[in-house]
Design a protein around this ligand. Structure first.
Ligand code: SF4
Ligand code: SF4
Length: 756
């Protein structure tokens, strides 16, 4: 057995560059082993606090719209704003430098500090300075840099890279910090509580502030009209960094510039709520440096006149601005909401789900934009679950950015004969034939399903053979510990055709068209039929559409051209149903997200995009809406007491079902029918479509699932077992795999009440 890892000996800088897959997998393993518990506890606390904080903002959506508009306009007018800002800074008596590259910025700052004979500089938290590797550059010429943010101080002591954009030492538990300080400072002082640790660090930092010759800060926003900086923090160290020493250098990316101080307003509200879940942080400073007040005079040092330098860096941002996809990342205000809500990030943090500087779902775009494309390889950890999208205060479609990065990386990986052949057999678009085989396999699962169901017993039988498992794992990347859903003898389409005609006339208008998605058709047709029967039972006329790929699977593999072709075909197929006034119902929630949100990226016709988005519903959502509208008593229509499964349920809603606001209705229906329902509160089950099937990510997927399994066990402590119910096929597979038990779709549960 391998020797246990001493957490203090870990040097994550060694795994910072994960442009190759091996390094990424090593980083995942390392963080799962050591950091996961602290990361999970801390991100989940931020996350819970954020939900509470944003719920208290009366005009949250309007505020987000305003913030988005401000950033859109600012990035669109950036060259003009930069000219205006330069004039403002100079008029205030400051210096302005626009650095094309990270090296240019470092050189400029170094020159300024050397000119002022600076020996010690105190620094506030600045991710931009991490991007430029400023500390190394200054230390190389003998300038000592003292990180003044407590978390940055811890990391400086440990010589580690940040694992989170606002809480850089989030991966540290209190016990690890105690061990680190004791070892590095050789102290016997009691350092067992948060207060003792903070007091210890503060004593050291106070001396640094007093002795510092210069202060370096970042900036959350900069107003072009006045040269004002907005600085948001919780420790007060930035305020001291910018006001005590006589020389202040602020370093920031050009995307931080907004037209005026009035534009700060929406961000002052949104940033703390989205970041730490506070209505306001402890310190919000709006400065127009150089400040008129005299600088602090340390004993033995006279007061010097104040000097201010604003160093803005481009370092790829202008290129991002021109990029039709990546320009959206420039709107990011680095609040970290998308990190804290992300189940994979919550489990491994930024040392695995992050690059050299930036981390989380948005981090890939920043790594690719400011560095090399392949530095974004960690964005493979984005499952496309879309949980982060409604949490982003500037409405960035983070999964879409990552799917595009994936497509670019697929191209970078190059084409081989095998890939092209496989792509041709499965019908990938020409541009996507270079995608790795596992991606082509999952993107074209409809082809696999078509042949698998034709020869179901042969395919199911051979899929258990060791040789077949080995092939699946090595060539197609399917982990041998996972079972792909067995191919049914009859598809959903076939079962529907064989269903006896409904004698009872439909009483609810309009009728619906049930979208025959690939995964239900070839993997779980009984779930689809249950949904059809439940809708018919309340008097809805149901038609089943032909089964064609909808583009969702291809999109999640970064095969966007294939997804586009498939989405266009699906939209054409659905048009007559929409024209005849039917609503579209789906069983698989990821397909609902496709119709509601993703088609806007893949289709050109605005009217079709709008029609699909506003007329698509999850099947049980329609049961609730229609039953409520016409006054159907669900306890009489589906009496829970008659269910052969019993009345106690544990229900897990799919990520995208929640994003589409289509989860609560299922719970309402089940409760109205008389079921006793306990619901899961985890962000994600960990399976997330094809993600959990992949050999590379199996362990991570199961680690994410651990919270869900624990919630099931908790729910069963009083009163015994509950029937496991899930709406998504992948959630279903994860619960089956993790708990070793049968899992039902909510429609199957309702159907069970109708059986004699
Ligand atoms: S889409 Fe899901 S997996 Fe991807 S970054 Fe957002 S929350 Fe994380
Ligand atoms: S992408 Fe949005 S949610 Fe994520 S850090 Fe940036 S602003 Fe915050």
């Amino acid at each position: 057995m391998a020797a246990p890892v001493n957490p203090i000996d870990i040097q994550p800088r060694q795994v910072a560059n994960k442009s190759d897959k091996k390094a990424l997998l090593a980083a995942i393993r390392m963080t799962l082993g050591v950091q996961s518990a602290a990361i999970r506890r801390n991100t989940q606390t931020f996350n819970r606090n954020r939900y509470t904080a944003v719920a208290r903002i009366a005009d949250y959506d309007a505020l987000k719209d305003r913030a988005r508009k401000t950033k859109e306009n600012a990035i669109a007018n950036l060259p003009e704003l930069l000219r205006q800002l330069e004039a403002s800074v100079r008029a205030n008596g400051g210096h302005f430098f626009l650095a094309k590259t990270a090296a240019d910025a470092n050189q400029y700052i170094r020159d300024v500090l050397v000119k002022h004979d600076v020996k010690l500089v105190v620094k506030g938290k600045s991710i931009t300075s991490e991007e430029t590797r400023l500390n190394h550059s200054l230390e190389a010429v003998g300038i000592k840099v003292a990180e003044s943010d407590l978390a940055e101080f811890i990391l400086q002591v440990a010589d580690e890279q940040p694992s989170h954009i606002i809480a850089p030492a989030l991966h540290y538990s209190r016990e690890r910090i105690t061990a680190l300080f004791k070892r590095k400072f050789q102290t016997n002082l009691p350092l067992d509580t948060g207060e003792e640790l903070t007091r210890f660090a503060r004593e050291i930092l106070r001396q640094q502030f007093i002795a510092a010759d210069a202060g370096i800060s970042g900036a959350n926003l900069i107003a072009a009209d006045s040269g004002s900086l907005m600085l948001v923090e919780s420790e007060g160290n930035i305020r001291m960094t910018t006001t005590l020493p006589p020389l202040h250098v602020a370093i920031a990316g050009i995307e931080k510039v907004v037209p005026s101080r009035a534009d700060f307003q929406s961000f002052i509200e949104l940033l703390p709520a989205s970041a730490t879940g506070q209505p306001l942080t402890s310190y919000v400073s709006i400065l127009r440096p150089p400040l008129p007040a005299p600088s602090f005079a340390a004993p033995g040092k006279g007061t010097k006149p104040r000097e201010f330098h604003l160093v803005l860096i481009d370092n790829g941002r202008s290129r991002m601005r021109e990029d039709s996809v990546l320009h959206e990342a420039l709107y990011c205000i680095r609040c970290s909401a998308c990190l804290n809500v992300c189940a994979n990030f919550e489990t491994v943090g930024g040392h695995a789900f992050g690059g050299e500087t930036y981390s989380g779902g948005i981090g890939g775009s920043w790594e690719a934009g400011t560095g090399k494309l392949m530095n974004a390889r960690f964005s493979e950890l984005c499952t496309g679950c879309s949980r982060c999208v409604p949490q982003c205060p500037v409405r960035i479609d983070i999964p879409w950015l990552n799917q595009n990065l994936r497509q670019r990386m697929n191209h970078e990986d190059g084409t081989s004969l095998t890939k092209s052949l496989f792509g041709s057999l499965t019908g990938s678009a020409p541009q996507d034939k270079s995608a790795p085989l596992p991606k082509q396999f999952f993107a074209n699962y409809h082809e696999v399903g078509k042949w698998g169901t034709r020869f179901a017993s042969l395919a199911n039988g051979s899929s258990h053979m060791p040789l077949a498992r080995k092939f699946m794992q090595n060539a197609l990347g399917v982990d041998s510990r996972r079972e792909l859903p067995a191919f049914p003898p009859k598809t959903w389409e076939q079962l529907f055709r064989e269903e006896p005609r409904v004698e009872k006339a439909a009483t609810i208008e309009p009728g619906i068209a049930m979208l025959t998605d690939t995964f239900t058709n070839y993997g779980s047709p009984e779930r689809g039929m249950a949904a059809v029967r439940v809708l018919r039972a309340i008097g809805v006329d149901v038609e089943l559409t032909p089964s064609i790929p909808d583009g969702r699977a291809a999109m999640s593999q970064g095969m966007i051209d294939t997804a586009r072709e498939q989405a266009r075909a699906m939209a054409t197929m659905l048009r007559p149903y929409l024209d005849s006034g039917r609503k579209i119902a789906v069983v698989e929630p990821s397909v609902l997200a496709m119709l509601r949100f993703d088609c806007k990226h893949l289709l050109d016709d605005e009217a079709t995009i709008a029609a699909l988005a506003s007329n698509s519903f999850e099947a049980l959502q329609l049961v609730w809406d229609m039953a409520t509208e016409v006054g159907i008593d669900l306890s009489a229509a589906f009496p829970a007491a008659k269910s052969r499964f019993g009345t106690r349920l544990f229900y897990h809603a799919h990520c995208q079902q929640r994003t589409c606001s289509a989860a609560s209705q299922t719970i309402d229906v089940l409760r109205a029918a008389g079921f006793d329902v306990v619901t899961s509160s985890v962000e994600c089950c960990g399976m997330a479509g094809s993600f959990g099937y992949k050999r590379d990510f199996y362990e991570l997927s199961m680690a994410v699932g651990a919270d869900l399994f624990a919630q099931v066990r908790d729910a069963e402590q009083d009163g015994g077992p509950r029937i496991l119910v899930a709406s998504g096929i992948s959630c279903h597979e994860q619960l089956m795999g993790g708990m070793g038990r049968t899992v039902l779709h909510p429609a199957e549960v309702l159907l069970s009440t109708l059986r004699k």
